[in-house]
Design a protein around this ligand. Structure first.
Ligand code: FPP
Length: 253
């Protein structure tokens, strides 16, 4: 890795021990807005700016993948105006930012049950995934109408169908095979999960993929999660001893 390339990396961060993949649960948009006397949607708008800035920061600092939880399968239960606003926001942002992201070598993926989303949004999503599929700068994944249990059940169903059709023996079902049927197949798993706004839950996000992820929780509301806050999260991450269930001496041997 060429440290010259990442000259913007703060001096107290170790380039060789950066997480390769960061996942974020962007929580606290509503509270950020209400605490300022603004409507909740103003928090989402600001939250989208924060995400854009984080993506740029990850790219500047040499992090290879960022995954953001934008809309869960449970989020449909929010007031209809808020759901409609979020759908419109996703579509507008994609429309507005796609060309720039493509120029910056961002590869975009959407995970979740996209079939339930407005048709025009699905079209934009498909177009952005196709257009950017060969980009090598950073892999940016957005989870929309995503739920981890649903994803795992879907993978089980697909595997069961293969067995039912006689294309697979039940004994051949292993972790690798299940992984091949997740939305995230061929994406390395997250090393670090960040959740903002003081909540300390996974909320049905990447449960399988984050078996060994380090978790970082902060009280900062998502719209305020800036470069300095991300820097703090990375410093904290670099202070962790990642053993993956082994003892340290085994890993370093
Ligand atoms: C959680 O905060 C946030 C959301 C459910 C929406 C997140 C979406 C964005 C930040 C827009 C991102 C845009 C793209 C294109 C991915 P909350 O509303 O639950 O906040 P609260 O807990 O304070 O109510």
């Amino acid at each position: 890795m060429n440290s010259q390339l990442y000259s913007k990396l703060p001096a107290d961060l170790d380039l060789l021990r950066l997480p390769q993949h960061v996942a974020v649960i962007m929580d606290g948009n509503g509270r950020w807005a209400t605490s300022r006397g603004l409507p909740r949607i103003a928090g989402h708008r600001q939250g989208a700016r924060t995400l854009k800035e984080l993506l740029r920061c990850c790219k500047d600092w040499g992090i290879k993948a960022l995954t953001a939880y934008a809309f869960s399968t449970e989020n449909w239960q929010r007031p209809i105006e808020e759901v409609d606003f979020l759908m419109l926001l996703f579509e507008r942002l994609l429309h507005r930012e796609l060309a720039q992201m493509h120029r910056e070598e961002v590869r975009i993926s959407f995970i979740g049950d996209l079939s339930a989303l407005p048709k025009s949004l699905q079209t934009q999503m498909e177009r952005s995934m196709t257009q950017t599929s060969n980009n090598q700068g950073i892999h940016f994944t957005v989870a929309v109408n995503y739920g981890s249990r649903n994803e795992i059940a879907r993978a089980c169903r697909q595997v069961a169908e293969l067995v039912q059709r006689g294309e697979l023996n039940a004994e051949e079902v292993n972790e690798k095979l299940v992984e091949q049927h997740l939305y995230t197949t061929s994406t390395p798993e997250p090393d670090l999960l960040i959740r903002t706004s003081g909540e300390m839950r996974l909320s049905n996000f990447l449960l399988w993929q984050m078996a060994y992820a380090e978790m970082y929780f902060t009280d900062i509301f998502w719209p305020d999660f800036d470069r300095a806050a991300f820097h703090q999260a990375l410093l904290n991450y670099q202070g962790r001893d990642r053993r993956f269930g082994q003892v340290k001496s085994t890993l370093s041997a």
